[in-house]
Design a protein around this ligand. Sequence first.
Ligand SMILES: Nc1ncnc2c1ncn2[C@@H]1O[C@H](COP(=O)(O)OP(=O)(O)OP(=O)(O)O)[C@@H](O)[C@H]1O
Length: 257
Amino acid sequence: MSDLLTVSHVTKRFGGLDAVSDVSLHVAKGEIVALIGPNGAGKTTLFNMLTGVIQPTSGEITFAGTAVPGKKPATVAKLGIARTFQNIRLFAQLSVRDNLQAAMTHRYVEHFVPIVLRLPSFYRQEQVATEWTDQLLTAFDLTDVADMDAGNLPYGTQRRVEIARAVATAPEMIFLDEPAAGMNPEETAALRTLIQRLQSEFHLTVGLIEHDMTLVMSLAERIYVLDHGKLIGSGTPAEIQQDSAVVAAYLGGGVHA
Ligand SMILES: Nc1ncnc2c1ncn2[C@@H]1O[C@H](COP(=O)(O)OP(=O)(O)OP(=O)(O)O)[C@@H](O)[C@H]1O
């Protein structure tokens, strides 16, 4: 498989602190890759650099052959990168349907509009957006709550809306920042299935930050481990669980895959 994302010697310095220090990694198209490590290890800082939210102090990031540093988040999104946040960021007073439609970007329109060729441009866009929204509502089991305000939904459902909204932008890669945080075991089990479907049905590449090691070990094909900004290990879940440096820094004895 060819690499979709390449990170080369990336560092982010905040004042005197190297929050991310000389990190290199790669993600192949279609993979589910997890980034794990203790609190403050630099995981979200790295995600923020991959999505254009902050700029690296040094190093290179390439997505589908295009350099990411120097681009704003909206421009990075058009390259085909979507993300969710640790703290859910939905439009709480908009319906689920409107949250999805609000996410339909130019990239999406450019991607799908040619499918419906016979209508004038405005109606073409409207029709494609409505059809795509209906498909997403069905795929993410949100049809029953489509007209409810997003902010009134249970936590696990809001997470699902957030992921659906990211998928609505028609990305190639989706970054999920602690999607299982605050979920109960049933919600986490449903999340596992959902992330697997992102890969199998939506053909997305998935980058995952997560502290729930049972979820990580059962989902990720490869794992990178950060500690104090540095990459201290990488490999398959089986390899990571036997890596003494990773066990000492983060895993301890508490993983049951
Ligand atoms: N904007 C900022 N200014 C200064 N320091 C920052 C900034 N953002 C993050 N940091 C620091 O960088 C380090 C890495 O933080 P980061 O949030 O990336 O860690 P994390 O691995 O995502 O942690 P967690 O698992 O708790 O979310 C921390 O020491 C944090 O305090």
